[in-house]
Write a protein that binds this ligand. Structure first.
Ligand code: FPP
Length: 246
């Protein structure tokens, strides 16, 4: 209950944290609009929030963090906005490389990077390769990512292997299929967070979030704080996860 207008500090059990948190970083545009700023200022503020939250996740021991930075549908936005997001990603990655080496953070990209500006694409590939051997927190950045696109690509690859006689369709298991996705080899998200008051999945981790817990908040992403993350963690810990059982 709010005490004199202040929200109570959420109670988090740090020995029972989710392994994998996924976030739809939504509400940058509305945050900017409500301040009379251009949408790109919202993305710049959102990039800072990403830095704060990613650092905090690493500090408290979250093993996997996946964020939706740019979807396969986001190309429909005005060119200046797309360029601004690409520019922010480049700036962020260049800065992150130093931290990454210090903190042994692994960066990984989900999505087809081929349509990205060449410099950004190279930077993503280099960052991923350079950090591959690290053992710290793994941060997956979804860039030109779509859940349906991911599933379709996996199905095509598998169908191709069947046609070549390497695989048998009737032997495919869920675990095998997961291995064809960008997220191959990592656990599914336990907790999916969407700020900004929207309560949709928007083509994010469709296969992987089958049993995820969802946390929605009205706060726009640039205002999403460590305290808000603790609130999401406390909500997650209050749920009873049954995975279809009783
Ligand atoms: C959704 O808010 C946000 C995006 C499509 C872009 C997210 C990009 C960043 C936070 C910047 C760079 C990222 C990293 C990882 C450094 P919206 O624009 O749809 O907001 P609205 O719904 O209020 O318009």
């Amino acid at each position: 209950m709010p005490l004199f207008g202040k929200k109570e500090e959420p109670k988090v059990d740090y020995s029972r944290l989710p392994q994998h948190i996924a976030i739809i970083m939504d509400g940058n545009g509305r945050w900017a609009k409500s301040r009379g700023l251009p949408r790109t200022a919202g993305h710049a503020a959102g990039a800072e929030t990403f830095r704060t939250i990613a650092t905090y996740c690493r500090e408290i021991g979250i093993k996997y963090l996946t964020v939706y930075a740019f979807s396969t549908e986001n190309w429909k936005r005005p060119m200046e906005e797309v360029s601004a997001i690409m520019g922010l990603l480049k700036k962020y990655l260049l800065e992150a490389i130093t931290d990454m080496e210090k903190e042994k953070v692994r960066f990984y990209f989900f999505g087809d990077l081929s349509p990205l500006p060449q410099e950004l694409r190279q930077l993503c590939q280099e960052t991923q390769t350079r950090s591959a051997g690290y053992t710290g927190c793994r941060v997956n950045i979804c860039l030109n990512y779509g859940g349906r696109d991911e599933i379709l690509r996996a199905a095509r690859t598998f169908a191709g292997q069947c046609a070549a006689g390497e695989k048998k369709a009737e032997e495919l298991t869920e675990a095998d299929f997961s291995g064809y996705l960008w997220s191959a080899g990592i656990p599914d998200p336990d907790l999916v967070i969407r700020p900004s008051g929207e309560e949709r999945i928007s083509n994010f981790l469709l296969w992987q979030s089958a049993y995820a817990e969802f946390y929605f908040t009205d706060v726009n992403w640039p205002d999403f704080s460590k305290e808000e993350l603790r609130r999401a963690l406390a909500a997650y810990q209050s749920r009873s996860r049954r995975f279809g059982g009783v």
